[in-house]
Design a protein around this ligand. Structure first.
Ligand code: UDP
Ligand code: MG
Length: 359
């Protein structure tokens, strides 16, 4: 795999004064999705800047305000005004969720190394050098593993079950895939971020491994939530399981849908044939009536389903080929994403203090 030119600890000249141009590359971007975290933001930025200044590398912190209804945006604007060029803020008109918030941050960041972390002070910026050291070993994505995890059992137990399932079904053996504290080489987010939707932020490592990137995990300190409340209830696990099914399908059969639907169709049809042979056999050898046997209808239905599955597979292949040949959606630009979801409609506070609407 091609490595980025800029390693996490050299090459980019230390430059603490903020670059004026938003387009200017920086060594490290930190993307922080926040929703109603007014009390945590300033403390988090202080800790982050202390840590990042000590590394002597250029950096930017991109906060994505995911439709906060408290004073989060006021706090963010204050930080932005105090640290122009370093603190950048994207604001959503309403709450769209963590995945769109991360996507918006990824699309705006300029770092060669991109971190994502939660804005509630549960992730510790002092872990940043450990992530960088791991990336320097040649990994493309390093995921945090909260150890020990300081959440109530109502969260840790389902999370353990979920992690076990993801690990078994996807072959991505991480203990804490849902952890928001992660570090990526730029190539990873450029490759995957446009395909994130729904709540797919949980599955970036699965997709990254599928795309051939090297992923690993490190244990990270975890703090109990001090201010505000968790934004995710138990329903996240039900949604996570549905998303897991989706990701499994996408990573296994996205390019070969006919293999999935074809096999399913073939075996369903075959089962239907066997059932009907059984029914006809009973007619021939035991003289049983055919017309009043429910099994006959079961067999017929299975054969119809089988044909339908194969047709679905063929249809999917046609869509895939159209997609690959440059049809609609062959390259999802921010504009086309805008068309689909509308989540680019936000205020963006660039380093020039200009307020401009993206959508
Ligand atoms: N968050 C967000 N949008 C949402 C839900 C959460 O931006 O719809 C942010 C939240 O403010 C926090 C991070 O995502 O910075 C993780 O959320 P939370 O701490 O509630 O998750 P938990 O730690 O309970 O898993
Ligand atoms: Mg949290």
């Amino acid at each position: 795999m091609q490595q980025t030119q800029v390693s996490s600890n050299l090459t980019i000249k230390p430059e603490i004064s903020a670059p004026e141009l938003p387009e200017q590359k920086v060594a490290i971007s930190i993307v922080v999705p926040v929703m109603n975290e007014e009390q945590s933001i300033a403390i988090l930025f202080d800790k982050l800047s202390e840590q990042l200044d000590s590394l002597g590398q250029t950096y930017e912190v991109i906060f994505v305000d995911d439709g906060s209804t408290d004073n989060t945006f006021v706090e963010l604007k204050k930080l932005h005004d105090e640290h122009p060029g370093i603190v950048r803020v994207v604001r959503f008109r309403r709450n769209f969720g963590k995945t769109p918030a991360l996507v918006a941050g990824f699309a705006r960041c300029h770092g060669e190394i991109i971190f994502t972390m939660d804005g509630d002070l549960q992730d510790d910026p002092e872990e940043i050098p450990n992530f960088l050291a791991k990336l320097d070993e040649g990994y493309d994505l390093v995921s945090g593993w909260k150890f020990p995890r300081l959440d109530p059992p109502s969260k840790t137990f389902p999370s353990r079950v979920f992690n076990g399932m993801v690990s078994t079904l996807t072959g991505v053996h991480l203990h804490d895939i849902n952890n928001g504290f992660k570090a990526y080489r730029r190539e990873v987010i450029e490759d995957t971020h446009l395909k994130l939707y729904g709540e797919f932020h949980r599955f970036v490592p699965v997709m990254a491994q599928w795309r051939g990137f090297r992923i690993t995990e490190i244990k990270v300190r975890h703090h109990p939530r001090k201010y505000g409340v968790s934004k995710f209830g138990a329903s996240r696990f039900a949604r996570g399981l549905i998303d897991l099914l989706n990701v499994l399908f996408l990573t296994s059969f996205l390019r070969t849908p006919l293999r999935f639907f074809g096999a399913l169709g073939f075996w369903t049809f075959f089962l239907g044939v066997l059932v009907d042979i059984f029914v006809i056999g009973r007619r021939i050898f035991y003289g049983q009536q055919i017309h009043n046997q429910p099994l006959l209808f079961v067999g017929n239905l299975l054969m119809i389903f089988g044909v339908q599955f194969v047709l679905t597979g063929l249809q999917s292949e046609m869509i895939r080929i159209r997609y690959a040949a440059g049809g609609i959606g062959s390259s999802l630009s921010p504009a086309s994403i805008n068309g689909i979801t509308g989540y680019w409609h936000c205020h963006f506070w660039a380093s020039s203090s200009r307020k401009c609407r993206m959508g």
